[in-house]
Design a protein around this ligand. Structure first.
Ligand code: ZN
Length: 266
Protein backbone atom coordinates (compact mmCIF):
# COMPACT_ATOMS: atom_id res chain seq x y z
CA UNK A 1 0.00 0.00 0.00
CA UNK A 2 1.11 3.53 -0.77
CA UNK A 3 0.25 6.46 1.50
CA UNK A 4 0.43 10.24 1.41
CA UNK A 5 0.59 12.62 4.35
CA UNK A 6 -0.97 15.82 3.02
CA UNK A 7 -0.16 17.94 6.06
CA UNK A 8 2.89 17.92 8.33
CA UNK A 9 5.28 20.36 9.98
CA UNK A 10 8.59 18.52 9.77
CA UNK A 11 10.55 21.77 10.04
CA UNK A 12 9.40 21.86 13.69
CA UNK A 13 12.18 21.95 16.27
CA UNK A 14 10.72 18.69 17.58
CA UNK A 15 12.26 16.96 14.53
CA UNK A 16 15.63 18.74 14.59
CA UNK A 17 17.49 15.80 16.02
CA UNK A 18 16.12 12.81 14.11
CA UNK A 19 14.33 13.93 10.94
CA UNK A 20 16.31 11.50 8.82
CA UNK A 21 15.09 8.61 10.93
CA UNK A 22 11.51 9.93 10.88
CA UNK A 23 11.59 10.01 7.07
CA UNK A 24 13.06 6.52 6.89
CA UNK A 25 10.30 5.23 9.16
CA UNK A 26 7.65 6.87 6.97
CA UNK A 27 9.12 5.28 3.83
CA UNK A 28 9.28 1.91 5.52
CA UNK A 29 5.52 1.82 6.13
CA UNK A 30 4.76 2.97 2.58
CA UNK A 31 4.47 6.76 2.79
CA UNK A 32 5.62 8.07 -0.60
CA UNK A 33 4.84 11.78 -0.31
CA UNK A 34 4.70 14.21 2.60
CA UNK A 35 3.27 17.67 2.00
CA UNK A 36 4.92 19.97 4.50
CA UNK A 37 3.05 23.16 5.38
CA UNK A 38 4.83 26.39 6.15
CA UNK A 39 2.91 28.94 8.22
CA UNK A 40 5.04 32.12 8.01
CA UNK A 41 8.16 33.43 6.19
CA UNK A 42 10.57 31.41 8.28
CA UNK A 43 8.80 28.06 8.03
CA UNK A 44 7.95 28.55 4.34
CA UNK A 45 11.67 28.83 3.62
CA UNK A 46 12.50 25.91 5.88
CA UNK A 47 9.88 23.86 4.06
CA UNK A 48 11.45 24.74 0.71
CA UNK A 49 14.85 23.75 2.03
CA UNK A 50 13.56 20.41 3.31
CA UNK A 51 11.99 19.64 -0.07
CA UNK A 52 15.41 20.05 -1.66
CA UNK A 53 17.02 17.74 0.89
CA UNK A 54 14.34 15.04 0.80
CA UNK A 55 12.57 14.16 -2.43
CA UNK A 56 9.64 12.70 -0.46
CA UNK A 57 8.76 16.19 0.82
CA UNK A 58 6.56 18.53 -1.24
CA UNK A 59 5.82 22.11 -0.22
CA UNK A 60 2.70 23.92 0.78
CA UNK A 61 3.35 27.59 1.53
CA UNK A 62 1.05 29.35 3.92
CA UNK A 63 0.30 32.16 6.29
CA UNK A 64 -1.17 31.01 9.58
CA UNK A 65 -3.99 33.35 10.63
CA UNK A 66 -2.46 34.05 14.03
CA UNK A 67 1.02 34.60 12.63
CA UNK A 68 -0.45 37.24 10.32
CA UNK A 69 -1.81 39.26 13.25
CA UNK A 70 1.17 38.86 15.57
CA UNK A 71 1.86 42.62 15.35
CA UNK A 72 -1.62 43.42 16.65
CA UNK A 73 -1.84 40.90 19.46
CA UNK A 74 -1.48 42.16 23.05
CA UNK A 75 1.86 41.35 24.61
CA UNK A 76 0.18 39.36 27.40
CA UNK A 77 -1.23 36.96 24.81
CA UNK A 78 1.99 36.89 22.88
CA UNK A 79 3.69 34.89 25.60
CA UNK A 80 1.48 31.97 24.69
CA UNK A 81 2.45 32.12 21.06
CA UNK A 82 5.49 30.78 19.35
CA UNK A 83 8.21 33.32 18.73
CA UNK A 84 7.03 34.81 15.47
CA UNK A 85 8.62 37.86 13.98
CA UNK A 86 6.09 40.30 12.54
CA UNK A 87 6.12 40.25 8.74
CA UNK A 88 4.52 41.90 5.75
CA UNK A 89 1.74 39.69 4.39
CA UNK A 90 1.85 41.12 0.86
CA UNK A 91 5.59 40.57 0.63
CA UNK A 92 5.18 36.99 1.75
CA UNK A 93 2.40 36.34 -0.75
CA UNK A 94 4.69 37.73 -3.46
CA UNK A 95 7.41 35.33 -2.34
CA UNK A 96 4.96 32.46 -2.55
CA UNK A 97 3.91 33.50 -6.05
CA UNK A 98 7.55 33.68 -7.11
CA UNK A 99 7.96 30.14 -5.80
CA UNK A 100 4.75 28.76 -7.27
CA UNK A 101 6.62 26.04 -9.13
CA UNK A 102 8.09 24.81 -5.85
CA UNK A 103 4.75 24.22 -4.15
CA UNK A 104 1.78 21.93 -4.63
CA UNK A 105 -0.64 23.93 -2.45
CA UNK A 106 -1.30 27.13 -0.53
CA UNK A 107 -1.67 26.56 3.20
CA UNK A 108 -2.12 26.43 5.83
CA UNK A 109 -4.25 29.54 5.66
CA UNK A 110 -7.59 30.32 7.21
CA UNK A 111 -9.18 31.73 10.34
CA UNK A 112 -8.68 31.19 14.05
CA UNK A 113 -11.14 32.50 16.64
CA UNK A 114 -9.81 30.35 19.45
CA UNK A 115 -9.20 33.28 21.80
CA UNK A 116 -11.00 36.61 22.29
CA UNK A 117 -7.71 38.30 21.45
CA UNK A 118 -7.63 36.49 18.08
CA UNK A 119 -11.28 37.30 17.38
CA UNK A 120 -10.63 40.95 18.05
CA UNK A 121 -8.57 40.93 14.85
CA UNK A 122 -11.12 39.02 12.82
CA UNK A 123 -11.25 41.65 10.07
CA UNK A 124 -7.52 41.51 9.51
CA UNK A 125 -7.59 37.69 9.55
CA UNK A 126 -10.32 37.70 6.92
CA UNK A 127 -8.40 40.17 4.77
CA UNK A 128 -5.28 37.99 4.84
CA UNK A 129 -7.33 34.86 4.16
CA UNK A 130 -8.98 36.45 1.13
CA UNK A 131 -5.63 37.55 -0.24
CA UNK A 132 -4.34 33.97 0.08
CA UNK A 133 -7.46 32.67 -1.67
CA UNK A 134 -6.97 35.13 -4.53
CA UNK A 135 -3.38 33.99 -4.95
CA UNK A 136 -4.31 30.30 -4.86
CA UNK A 137 -6.87 30.86 -7.60
CA UNK A 138 -4.43 32.90 -9.66
CA UNK A 139 -1.71 30.23 -9.58
CA UNK A 140 -4.26 27.41 -9.63
CA UNK A 141 -3.25 25.59 -6.44
CA UNK A 142 -5.43 23.84 -3.87
CA UNK A 143 -5.94 25.54 -0.52
CA UNK A 144 -5.22 23.78 2.78
CA UNK A 145 -7.51 25.39 5.32
CA UNK A 146 -7.04 25.87 9.04
CA UNK A 147 -10.29 26.91 10.75
CA UNK A 148 -10.58 26.85 14.50
CA UNK A 149 -13.86 28.00 16.03
CA UNK A 150 -14.29 29.86 12.74
CA UNK A 151 -15.63 27.09 10.53
CA UNK A 152 -18.74 28.88 9.30
CA UNK A 153 -16.87 32.06 8.37
CA UNK A 154 -14.18 30.06 6.59
CA UNK A 155 -16.76 28.13 4.56
CA UNK A 156 -18.76 31.25 3.70
CA UNK A 157 -15.65 33.06 2.44
CA UNK A 158 -14.47 30.08 0.38
CA UNK A 159 -17.96 29.81 -1.14
CA UNK A 160 -18.03 33.52 -1.89
CA UNK A 161 -14.80 33.09 -3.88
CA UNK A 162 -16.18 29.97 -5.55
CA UNK A 163 -13.19 27.93 -4.51
CA UNK A 164 -13.15 24.41 -5.89
CA UNK A 165 -9.82 22.92 -4.82
CA UNK A 166 -10.12 23.01 -1.05
CA UNK A 167 -8.90 20.78 1.77
CA UNK A 168 -10.39 21.31 5.20
CA UNK A 169 -7.53 20.18 7.39
CA UNK A 170 -8.44 18.63 10.73
CA UNK A 171 -11.97 20.02 10.45
CA UNK A 172 -13.78 20.40 13.75
CA UNK A 173 -17.04 21.88 12.46
CA UNK A 174 -20.39 20.28 13.18
CA UNK A 175 -22.23 17.76 11.04
CA UNK A 176 -24.16 20.28 8.94
CA UNK A 177 -20.94 22.11 8.08
CA UNK A 178 -19.17 18.88 7.15
CA UNK A 179 -22.07 18.16 4.79
CA UNK A 180 -21.77 21.64 3.32
CA UNK A 181 -18.08 21.04 2.56
CA UNK A 182 -18.97 17.75 0.90
CA UNK A 183 -21.66 19.41 -1.22
CA UNK A 184 -19.11 21.98 -2.33
CA UNK A 185 -16.92 19.13 -3.59
CA UNK A 186 -14.15 19.89 -1.11
CA UNK A 187 -11.83 17.43 0.60
CA UNK A 188 -11.47 16.67 4.29
CA UNK A 189 -8.25 15.24 5.65
CA UNK A 190 -8.24 12.86 8.58
CA UNK A 191 -5.47 12.74 11.22
CA UNK A 192 -4.41 9.60 13.17
CA UNK A 193 -5.91 11.18 16.29
CA UNK A 194 -9.13 9.67 14.93
CA UNK A 195 -8.31 6.70 17.17
CA UNK A 196 -9.22 8.81 20.21
CA UNK A 197 -11.59 11.47 18.85
CA UNK A 198 -15.19 10.49 18.09
CA UNK A 199 -15.57 13.65 16.01
CA UNK A 200 -13.37 12.29 13.22
CA UNK A 201 -15.16 8.94 13.24
CA UNK A 202 -18.40 10.82 12.62
CA UNK A 203 -16.69 12.86 9.90
CA UNK A 204 -15.47 9.73 8.12
CA UNK A 205 -18.99 8.28 8.22
CA UNK A 206 -20.43 11.34 6.49
CA UNK A 207 -17.74 12.12 3.91
CA UNK A 208 -17.63 9.99 0.74
CA UNK A 209 -14.37 8.09 0.29
CA UNK A 210 -13.67 10.12 -2.88
CA UNK A 211 -13.41 13.26 -0.76
CA UNK A 212 -11.22 11.92 2.04
CA UNK A 213 -7.49 12.51 2.42
CA UNK A 214 -4.98 11.58 5.14
CA UNK A 215 -2.74 13.86 7.17
CA UNK A 216 -0.78 13.80 10.41
CA UNK A 217 -0.21 17.47 11.29
CA UNK A 218 3.00 16.05 12.82
CA UNK A 219 4.31 16.74 15.43
CA UNK A 220 0.78 17.56 16.63
CA UNK A 221 -2.40 15.45 16.87
CA UNK A 222 -0.74 12.19 17.78
CA UNK A 223 -2.84 9.02 18.02
CA UNK A 224 -1.30 8.49 21.47
CA UNK A 225 -1.77 11.39 23.88
CA UNK A 226 1.45 13.07 24.94
CA UNK A 227 3.61 11.63 22.19
CA UNK A 228 5.03 13.17 19.04
CA UNK A 229 3.11 12.49 15.86
CA UNK A 230 4.92 11.49 12.67
CA UNK A 231 4.10 10.63 9.02
CA UNK A 232 4.65 6.91 9.69
CA UNK A 233 1.30 7.02 11.53
CA UNK A 234 -0.74 7.46 8.33
CA UNK A 235 -1.60 3.72 8.13
CA UNK A 236 -3.35 4.10 11.51
CA UNK A 237 -5.80 6.51 9.90
CA UNK A 238 -6.29 4.22 6.91
CA UNK A 239 -7.08 1.33 9.24
CA UNK A 240 -9.70 3.39 11.09
CA UNK A 241 -11.32 4.59 7.87
CA UNK A 242 -11.46 0.99 6.62
CA UNK A 243 -13.23 -0.06 9.82
CA UNK A 244 -15.80 2.73 9.61
CA UNK A 245 -16.48 2.37 5.89
CA UNK A 246 -16.35 -1.42 6.12
CA UNK A 247 -14.11 -1.61 3.05
CA UNK A 248 -10.68 -3.32 2.66
CA UNK A 249 -7.71 -1.28 3.81
CA UNK A 250 -6.09 -1.76 0.40
CA UNK A 251 -9.08 -0.26 -1.38
CA UNK A 252 -9.23 2.67 1.04
CA UNK A 253 -5.53 3.36 0.61
CA UNK A 254 -5.78 3.11 -3.17
CA UNK A 255 -8.72 5.52 -3.42
CA UNK A 256 -7.22 8.08 -1.04
CA UNK A 257 -3.93 7.86 -2.90
CA UNK A 258 -5.66 8.62 -6.17
CA UNK A 259 -7.74 11.45 -4.60
CA UNK A 260 -4.53 13.05 -3.39
CA UNK A 261 -2.60 12.62 -6.64
CA UNK A 262 -5.40 14.20 -8.64
CA UNK A 263 -5.99 17.12 -6.31
CA UNK A 264 -2.35 18.14 -5.90
CA UNK A 265 -1.23 17.13 -9.37
CA UNK A 266 1.47 14.85 -7.95
ZN1 ZN B 1 -0.94 22.21 10.73
Amino acid sequence: MKFIDIHAHLESSQFKRDLKKIIEQAKKVGVVTIINSGVNPETNRETLKLSKEYSIIKCSFGIYPIDAIVKEIESSEKDFLRKIKPFDVDEELNWIEEHKNDCVAIGEVGLDYNSPEFTKHKEKQIKVFEKAITLAKKINKPLIIHSRKAELDAITILEKHQCKKVVMHCFSGKKSLIKRCVENGWFLSVPPVITRLEHFKMLVEIVPLKQLLTETDAPYLSPVAGTRNEPANIPITIKEIAKIKNIDEEKIAEQIFSNTKDLFNL
